[in-house]
Write a protein that binds this ligand. Structure first.
Ligand code: EPU
Length: 414
């Protein structure tokens, strides 16, 4: 999907089932490489990051088949320890193969990973944690060369990095003794990875708390349903709020969305949550905040850009502070093209609500920033074009069809 054409100004209305979580399925796919058996994953989202990860696994000798949201993965034939650099370079999460391959083979050669450009995204916490478990690591011509079966022990993370926690959990599966991770990330996606690994026979306790314990155990195949995507759900809620719509989201866990849904409520939306379902009825919006992003359970950085787009017409001034990534306001110039009034200063952005937005031609710079531009285009009066829309394919499955089902006028421009 290169370019989207949107005729805005129409409220999104209807019911939508939330897709499986991108940030849960990617580490679970990496984990499947550590399992010498058949894994069946359901509720897998039809997104490009999954397609690329699948191709990386196949290149390593893992057999993968798919059918309607199901992935059948058999890691029995895993032979390679060096993922294809071109494919791995497209995805930040490819670095998680480091832990999985170390657990299974005691070696890994990982190209330095890609993904969205959100400022510097170093790997120091991943690497220092693995070194603390006795893994030898060298960096050579853009590749990380890692050797050695991890030993047991305690690793303390100075910051609760999601990826570092996942990598250490995976490496610990093949360790010679129990591993404790202190200062671990508490995101719901960590809980989903732990649930999958437990189904495969691993002994993991403490997922969702800052203190994780992993007991190495022989792994076997298992079935697992990927948890709902809280960031996709947040994006849809922000789109409905921005367009003055009403939306019923199904197949989600409302509790995981609370930091987002509470703010939308304060901004003037009526929200009611039931088991597995959340309804939003938009009203006139007013400013809220300050909105400060942070590790779970704080307001999620992935929802910062969509929330900013939702509040462009809110009465008053909303202050955003981005504390997780150093360069995550790349969508702001694009939002200004729609007539938004936003001032930025370092990690702060001030949004002054305007009466109306107008159509614009803008380019997506990253996945969530692209979603923010799309929300602004849906809320704006008139025609808009979003170029570089391929960023959205990374995380939002069947986007155009699902938007159209809610009454939006959106087309992929040929
Ligand atoms: N960091 C370091 N050193 C490290 C690791 C991280 O300094 O070794 C820093 C990062 O540079 C960043 C902060 O710590 O400033 C948080 O990074 P974290 O490791 O927690 O993030 P991640 O694992 O790279 C995942 C999601 C991101 C999401 C973040 C934060 C996946 C595949 N990606 O990234 O999702 O923003 O956690 O919640 O799970 C997205 O979906 O659009 C997305 C970017």
């Amino acid at each position: 999907m290169e370019r989207l054409h949107i005729t805005g100004g129409r409220p999104l209305r209807g019911t939508l089932a939330v897709q499986g979580s991108k940030n849960a399925v990617l580490p679970i796919l990496a984990a499947a490489a550590a399992v010498p058996g058949r894994v069946v994953l359901s509720n897998c989202p039809p997104i490009r990051d999954v397609t690329v990860t699948r191709a990386i696994l196949e290149g390593l000798g893992v057999a993968v088949q798919s059918s309607k949201g199901l992935l059948y993965i058999d890691g029995t034939g895993l032979r390679g320890s060096a993922p294809d650099p071109t494919l791995a370079g497209q995805l930040r999460s490819s670095v998680l193969l480091l832990g999985a391959l170390l657990a299974r083979l005691g070696r890994a050669e990982i190209p330095l990973p890609g993904g969205c450009v959100l400022g510097a995204r170093p790997l120091d916490l991943h690497l220092r944690g693995l070194e603390a478990l006795g893994v030898e690591i060298r960096c050579e011509s853009g590749r990380l060369l890692c050797r050695g079966r991890p030993r047991g022990g305690v690793v303390t993370l100075p910051y609760p990095s999601v990826g570092a926690t996942e990598n250490l959990m995976l490496a610990a599966l093949g360790a010679q003794g129990p591993v404790r991770i202190l200062g671990a990330a508490r995101e719901p996606e960590i809980r989903d990875l732990a649930a999958f690994l437990r189904a495969c026979g691993a002994g993991i306790t403490g997922a969702g708390s800052p203190c994780l314990r992993i007991e190495p155990a022989p792994l076997h195949g298992a079935s697992h349903r990927i948890q709902p995507d809280r960031m996709e759900a947040a994006t849809w809620l922000c789109a409905a709020a921005a367009t003055g719509g009403s939306l019923r989201l199904t197949e989600l866990e409302p509790a995981c969305l609370r930091p987002v849904s509470e703010l939308l409520k304060q901004a003037g939306c009526r929200i009611c949550a039931q088991r597995g379902c959340l309804c939003l009825e938009a009203g006139p919006l007013w400013a809220v905040g300050p909105i400060v992003t942070g590790p779970y359970p704080a307001f999620p950085t992935d929802a910062q850009a969509p929330m900013m787009a939702a509040l462009l017409r809110a009465e008053g001034c909303t202050l955003f502070e981005e504390t997780v990534f150093s360069d995550r306001f790349r969508h702001v110039p694009g939002l200004r093209a729609f007539g938004a009034r936003i001032e930025t200063q370092g990690r702060l952005a001030r949004v002054h609500g305007v009466k109306a937005l107008h159509g614009a031609r803008t380019a997506a710079t990253d996945l969530r920033g692209g979603a923010a531009l799309l929300i602004a285009a849906l809320a704006a009066r008139g025609e808009s074009t979003i170029t570089e829309a391929r960023h959205l394919d990374r995380g939002y499955g069947e986007l155009v069809r699902r938007l159209q089902s809610l009454g939006a006028t959106v087309e992929v421009e040929k």
